[in-house]
Write a protein of this length. Structure first.
Length: 580
């Protein structure tokens, strides 16, 4: 048989086998599973800035969006006030007005975020960029990678910081009490909002030379630039106006009412909108910036746009509370929904889960309202996922009770009518992750950052896997304390109980809201082992009061000996910043 014929027979046999193997009968090797696949989230981050007790450093905390976890914490100086991030996401800068505490430093702290890795790397070592004592830096911003700008409330100036040398390169005087900054994306204008003299200073980002000084209504508080750098939108709190300014001429081309006390603007470049919160009117406003000046927009059939959009209130049904106070807005980058963070205060507190309150004490009820961006209508939360439906409750276990919806008020979290470095700018603040998968809300009074899942992200179908569900409350770092100002254990020399309020006789340096552990009492043994909260009432250097739960008989003044040991408290989050 020739070699050629042999090759033909081999080829024919191979073809026959191939045909047999390609029959109609086959065995599947993969069985599809009819469940929701995991959300393929990449690495994204959100940063929480928290304040500490007086004379002690606050912190920056990095949250891994896909893992819902705290992956890094670093000290950020005494009394942090605001933070900014470079456009390339490589550095975060935090302003700290330390000189409010005598002898502490004013500075901007810079750190490198933790990277995308299977091993937690933590935040990069913070670098301190010192400012002159009394500067009181309150706002940081940039649209560049080489320079960062900081507003100095105390010295009526703006400083430029080099990101390569980590040093102040120049400082320029502006108007009185600069409170906020806005740089245009083209880096040609840096606008400074001067609260003290109601002006807007236009600086050149190149050399901080003054290009213009513009009168701007009453008490400017916030500003944002349009994506094309052609318009600046400025909010003045004292007269409740939204001003539109042309950046080429610095002329104001329109002013619109948004309610006296309005505090915040969110610019949504995806939908070309502005969202403005107005706490005093319990409402917020939505504007279309494709027109000049912006056009107010409302859902079909709603009241006049001049009234603004109202927010659902948890008041009623046995809850006596104040009007809803909206304080910030976040919008998903995918353009589908936006979120309004708000709260009410209730007196007396209607939530029995808060605990350690006197019968007349008030509490704070935080909530997040979800809106469909296309229709501007509220997306109702099912009763199974929200105790405040149609809004979303922001308290979850194990940090809070299963049905808890309110928290104790923390005096340092209550915002002042006009912001200054000594007060909290945002009692609640919200931001959305870059991939639209999560929304975060800082809760100053609770010492937590609420994490809301905005997408389906697990293989479980139904139930808690629906979008816009509270996933967890992420605790802020404990309030580390060093030095003579720190609370120390107190030696109890006696106590009394009246109407469930126990008064301890003890020399102490406690502060309201602090928790203490009681032990060592020989007469008041029922108090041993209790963790009690220090009340603002009756607190002095020689005594302190706490509320007891349950029913307790009154006890006259009794001599006893024991101790009250202060427990660590959570730091208070005051701002959130979204990275890539």
């Amino acid at each position: 048989m020739s070699f050629r014929r042999t090759c033909r027979l081999v080829a024919l046999a191979a073809a026959t086998l191939l045909c047999i193997s390609c029959g109609q009968v086959y065995r599947p090797v993969v069985i599809p599973v009819s469940t929701t696949p995991p959300y393929p989230a990449g690495f994204h981050e959100v940063f929480g800035i928290s304040n500490n007790i007086p004379f002690n450093q606050g912190t920056a905390m990095q949250i891994d969006v896909s893992g819902d976890t705290n992956i890094g914490v670093a000290n950020m100086g005494v009394n942090p006030t605001h933070a900014g991030i470079l456009p390339n996401n490589t550095r975060v800068f935090v302003a700290s007005s330390g000189s409010l505490s005598s002898g502490e430093a004013d500075a901007v702290m810079a750190f490198t975020p933790a990277g995308d890795t299977t091993v937690a790397s933590g935040l990069g070592n913070p670098v301190t960029i010192s400012l002159p004592y009394g500067s009181l830096p309150v706002f940081v911003t940039t649209t560049q990678t080489s320079a960062v700008y900081v507003a100095n409330f105390g010295t009526n100036s703006v400083s430029a910081l080099s990101t390569s040398t980590n040093a102040v390169t120049m400082t320029e005087s502006v108007g009185s009490q600069p409170i906020a900054l806005a740089e245009t994306p083209n880096a040609l204008n840096l606008y400074v909002l001067n609260q003290g003299d109601n002006t807007l200073t236009d600086l050149s980002p190149v050399d901080l030379s003054t290009l213009a000084t513009i009168p701007i209504g009453n008490t400017p508080v916030w500003a944002v630039s349009r994506a094309d750098s052609q318009r600046l939108y400025v909010l003045t709190q004292g007269d409740g106006l939204l001003h539109t300014l042309r950046t080429d001429t610095n002329a104001i081309v329109g002013s619109q009412s948004v309610g006296v006390g309005a505090n915040f603007i969110l610019y949504d470049s995806n939908r070309s909108r502005l969202y403005v919160t107005s706490p005093a009117t319990s409402s917020f406003y939505v504007f279309d910036v494709t027109t000049d000046p912006p056009t107010p927009i409302m859902p079909a059939g709603s009241a006049s746009p001049a009234i603004g959009l109202p927010l659902p209130s948890p008041c009623g049904g046995g809850i006596t509370c104040s009007g809803v106070t909206p304080v910030s807005v976040s919008a998903l980058p995918d353009g589908s929904r936006f979120y309004v963070a708000s709260y009410v205060t209730a007196s007396p507190c209607p939530d029995p889960n808060v605990g350690n309150l006197t019968p007349t004490d008030s509490c704070m009820i935080p909530q997040l309202t979800v809106f469909q961006a296309a229709s501007l209508t509220v997306k109702p939360m099912p009763s199974s996922s929200s105790l405040l439906s149609p809004s979303l409750s922001l308290l979850s276990s194990p940090q809070f009770g299963a049905t808890q919806y309110a928290v104790r008020q923390v005096s340092t979290c209550v915002p002042a009518p006009s912001y200054s470095p000594s007060s909290t700018r945002f009692r609640m603040f919200t931001t959305a992750a870059a991939d639209s998968s999560h929304v975060y809300v800082s809760l100053c009074d609770a010492g937590m950052v609420a994490d809301v899942a905005a997408t389906t992200s697990t293989v479980t179908t139904g139930g808690s896997n629906t979008p816009d569900t509270l996933a967890a409350d992420i605790p802020t770092p404990f309030a580390a304390c060093t030095g003579s100002s720190c609370p120390t254990p107190a030696n109890i020399t006696g106590f009394s109980i009246t109407s469930n309020v126990v008064t301890f006789q003890a020399a102490n340096n406690f502060f309201p809201g602090e928790q203490v552990s009681i032990s060592g009492l020989s007469t008041g043994t029922s108090l041993n082992g209790l963790t009690l909260t220090i009340l603002a009432t009756g607190l002095s250097s020689s005594s302190f009061e706490c509320m007891l739960s349950g029913t307790n008989q009154d006890v006259p003044q009794t001599t006893d000996s024991g101790s009250a040991v202060p427990l660590p408290v959570q730091q208070t989050p005051i701002f959130l910043l979204s990275g890539f």
